[in-house]
Design a protein around this ligand. Structure first.
Ligand SMILES: [Zn+2]
Length: 222
């Protein structure tokens, strides 16, 4: 190494020999001497990186973990991030395309349940995939797909989230439309109005109870 002033180990009591210690990818091989950095003498160590490279690092950079490899670690981390990002972006891109198809393309098999029902994709998301991605972010995992919180609402930042199938089925069930007293509300909206748990409402409704009984707050029975 250039600029080494002394190769002898200091006899200072504060000097700590790092030989054979491992700092993430770096194994300290031997003391390399002292070198001036910022007006001070620093102890320099010859290190072997797990990738095979030899590199020289000062004590503080090792102990503070500021330097943990020959430089290969940062490179690997960057490419790993690119890879996962690229991959997730691809799958989100197909989710994005499918969403648009079932809302806009009459020939799409899903169209009757979406576009045909008046479900729209908001202007901002129609404008670009980037807008959509910015609003929704990455999927927590592959089990998640896009879910409209209000099943009768549109695809927009306000009405969408990543949700698992189970969460979505629950949501769809709670969005069953029930007409009662001339008003149409979802089961969960009726639950809010009547203070009857949504599960109770759904159960009674499915059993084809008389609607007055379904929504009777005094009725304790399922
Ligand atoms: Zn390395």
């Amino acid at each position: 190494v250039e600029g080494i002033t002394s190769r002898e180990k200091p006899h200072d009591t504060r000097f700590y020999d790092l030989t054979n210690q491992q700092f993430e990818r770096l194994l300290v091989v031997e003391y390399a001497g002292q070198k001036m950095y910022g007006g001070r003498n620093r102890n320099i160590w010859k290190c072997q990186c797990s990738c095979g490279q030899i590199t020289y690092v000062q004590t503080q950079h090792l102990t503070s973990k500021r330097i943990r490899s020959c430089g290969c670690l940062a490179k690997d981390e960057l490419s790993a991030r690119r890879k996962t990002h690229g991959k997730s972006k691809t799958s989100i891109f197909s989710i994005y395309n499918n969403m648009i198809k079932r809302c806009l393309d009459i020939k799409d098999g899903g169209h009757p349940s979406y576009g045909g029902r008046g479900i729209k994709v908001c202007e901002r998301w129609l404008e670009s995939f980037e807008n959509f991605y910015e609003d929704m972010g990455d999927r927590p995992s592959n089990e998640y797909s896009i879910d409209r919180v209000n099943n009768n609402g549109n695809y927009s930042k306000e009405n969408c989230r990543w949700a698992t199938k189970t969460e979505q089925n629950n949501n769809t069930r709670q969005n069953v439309l029930i007409e009662y007293n001339g008003e149409i509300k979802t089961a969960s909206q009726w639950s809010k109005v009547t203070n009857i748990p949504v599960e109770k409402i759904l159960y009674r409704y499915k059993k084809k109870w008389d609607l007055d009984k379904v929504f009777d707050p005094r009725n304790q029975r399922w």
